[in-house]
Design a protein around this ligand. Sequence first.
Ligand code: SF4
Length: 462
Amino acid sequence: MSRILEEAMSYASPDGGADGRVYLPTLSRKLTRRGILWLGLTCNLRCHFCYFLDRIEDPAHPQHDFMSLEKAKAICRTLVDYYGNNSIDIQGGEPTLYPDIYDLVEFCALIGLSPTLITNAVLLSSREEAVRFKEAGIRDFLISVQGLGSTYDRIVRREGAHVLQMKALRNLQEADIPFRFNTVLSRAALPQLLDISKLTAGTGAGVVNFLGFNPFNDQQSGKRSVENVPTYDEIRKPLEEALNYLIAENVEVNVRYLPLCLVSERHRPNAYGFKQLPYDLHENDYASWSWTDLPAQRTALSELSPPFGLGRRLHLGALRAPVRRLDRRWPKLGDRLHKIKQALERAWAKEGDPSRDTVALEKRYQEDALVRAREYTGYRYVAGCETCSLRSICDGVYADYADLFGVEGIRPIRLGKAVVDPQHYTRQQFKVIHPLDRGWLEETDPPVLEAYAGREIPGAGE
Ligand code: SF4
């Protein structure tokens, strides 16, 4: 064990060696019914790759302040009543800072919207706070573990934050509150990826997601550079090591928002782009996400806008091309373009319904995935992609990646025929679910597996 991991575990590991794994393994798949809510972009850390950094640092920005409890509850009600959501990711900024967070968690649990907080967990270093969340009805926490030791403190720009986060992990284990991890693949975090994986297994975190350092939202304005963004070739080796370790330890691991050719064939079941995300119960429902992402739902002082479904997108699909051209010509239009995209999204959606007809809904989700990858977040195919068998199920590369690094890290996959099923790989992955999801997931699907023991991991050992 490295010195840095040993030190982290000395804070994070409870004396009794509690194991926080409550999640159940499954091969069943359904469209996610998880909603999302941004309470306001206020935070106690300053991660350099944060999607919302400008808005967090600007107290005058209309999305900076937290919204009222009344508004947050009205959004949650709509997610249940109109979109049929049954769980929710509550984000801030940092949602543990929200003054009414316990009331909101309690409300969500009461109306059948099982609540997860996406958090840096710094405030959960207080045992009292952690226990209050449990009493309020929290489902689990998704904790942003962006590095370990002084590396973490530098990434989040707050001295002492790592130790507080590790103490939080201990509190959650001792209070029997489940948690999962998110880790952004920043250049600074890469050498620690294996240690972060060992921390995941050692603390009983149910899942770890490795996320690309993305040019989304505020990062569109030129903060990504050759200094802070790792190349795909730099990511490959540490990521492969981490994936091998986690799969051997029976920990669910997902690689998000990166080209499928970044991981080897045996790890492709763990790779998720926009087309695969709808089948991950820990990801968000595109229908309700499109609604909560509108400024009206993200700004403390705005009136809520009416909810909508995802219908009639194809009829207005002609609008996509001009937006794409705009985006290419002025990639840094930032907020203005974001608003245009949101207005289009609303226009495409406004005559739809939130039907849970699975076939129709899956089709709509795939259309939405395309919009999100192309227009919304600016992914592109580059030289080589045209000959790749996975092109139809891969988002390609970030808009600015080829400008920063060229296309050397892109390695087209040639399988002899094109793969068109977005779940071609991911349906082989063992995923875990919270026990609360067991009932509705099993309604028509094969039963959740009782245990990992004796199972074979598809793809392993190839
Ligand atoms: S489509 Fe392009 S980015 Fe995606 S896997 Fe193929 S070569 Fe890689």
